[in-house]
Ligand binder design. Structure first.
Ligand SMILES: [Zn+2]
Ligand SMILES: [Zn+2]
Length: 355
């Protein structure tokens, strides 16, 4: 077994990576999206951060040819860092968006997500999660429910697996043929709560990002389900794709020891989960004491982190020019803002009392 099989598929992070046949990762700073399929028929899984539509369009053209357009955009879940460029891409490509039924309230303007829990996880990303948006998009008729069992016609060969816990309608995708798993945030391959790990891209099989996980028992069952599939390759919402025996051992360990090692000792959603139904959030446990000192200190830390993120992004852009993956020569990705007509996808929704 060579070293590549035991580690990341590609250590470069910021440009297109071939994960498996017909699966390309498109890293977007702190999160990943995936191109899945072939020139004739492909989908985009997740839609990254705001302002990244050009990155995805360019990655698609590098993979599938000029003017490439997917058959659909498919979401693992609707958190802000997975739907950031969704409106722009729907406007550009005019294709349907698929998500699990329990995720639709956050994509049709019906419900905010529950507030994040910045008291869990311990890292700077957890700290900053208090500022992360929870407001829904409103994609109107563009968004459609995924089939509850089986597979999506636009994504043949991929089994849809409901993996709630991190989000109520979170799904993962498993290709039996070669045991490739797209796990979204059901578990991830870096410590996403730690800003340091996010920046250094340190690899580990890790629980779902804790600050946004609102049902830990469900999260445990989801990790057990995915570990039982014994995936050969895992491609997650955060961190580098991984494969090989070390990954498999770590995933089994996480599943077996989830409650003792992965669930925070205390936190807003630890003893009592948030409850959800098809209209959105049904119940939120009360907030727990937040030991973080004064808000001014917090703002200062967040500002410093923002500067660090900016510096990291600048460095990442410079690296893109030198990457060459699976015979594809990436071009520098452009970050021009989306100018034209914005479709009025965001309907005003009132902020609920629990926020
Ligand atoms: Zn998430
Ligand atoms: Zn995420």
């Amino acid at each position: 077994m060579n070293s590549q099989e035991n580690g990341s598929l590609n250590r470069r992070y910021e440009s297109l990576q071939r994960v498996a046949p017909g699966v390309f990762a498109v890293p977007d700073k702190i999160v990943n999206a995936y191109l899945v399929g072939n020139r004739d028929s492909w989908v985009l899984v997740d839609a990254g951060l705001p302002g990244s539509a050009n990155r995805f369009k360019q990655a698609a053209e590098e993979s599938f040819g000029v003017g490439a357009r997917p058959r659909a955009i498919v979401l693992t879940h609707g958190h802000f860092d997975h739907v950031g460029s969704l409106v722009d891409l729907v406007q550009e490509w005019q294709v349907p968006v698929y998500a699990h039924t329990l995720e639709l309230p956050y994509l049709t303007g019906m419900s905010y997500y529950p507030p994040p829990d910045p008291t869990v996880g311990g890292g700077a990303m957890s700290f900053m999660s208090r500022f992360f948006p929870t407001k829904p998009l409103d994609l109107g008729d563009w968004v459609k429910p995924l089939p509850l069992i089986g597979e999506l016609a636009e994504m043949p060969g991929w089994r849809i697996i409901h993996t709630p816990g991190h989000a109520p309608g979170h799904v993962s995708f498993f290709r039996e043929e070669d045991s490739v798993l797209i796990a979204g945030d059901a578990f991830v391959t870096t410590n996403q709560e730690s800003f340091w790990s996010v920046v250094t891209r340190k690899q580990e099989i890790h629980r779902p990002p804790a600050y946004f996980t609102q049902d830990w028992e469900a999260a445990q069952r989801s990790v057990e389900h995915l570990a039982n599939l014994q995936p050969a390759v895992v491609a997650t919402g955060h961190g580098l794709p991984m494969r090989g025996t070390a990954m498999q051992t770590a995933l089994q360990h996480l599943a077996k020891n989830f409650w003792y090692e992965a669930v925070p000792a205390r936190g807003r959603y630890v003893r009592e989960p948030a409850l959800f139904d098809e209209r959105g959030v049904a119940h939120i446990p009360p907030a727990v004491p937040d030991p973080t000192p004064k808000i001014l200190v917090g703002i200062g830390i967040a500002a410093l982190a923002g500067i660090a993120v900016y510096a990291w992004m600048q460095r990442s852009h410079e690296e893109e020019d030198t990457n060459n993956i699976a015979g594809v020569q990436p071009q520098r990705l452009q970050y021009r803002p989306f100018p034209e007509k914005r479709i009025p996808l965001e309907r005003r929704v009132s902020r609920p009392a629990y926020q």
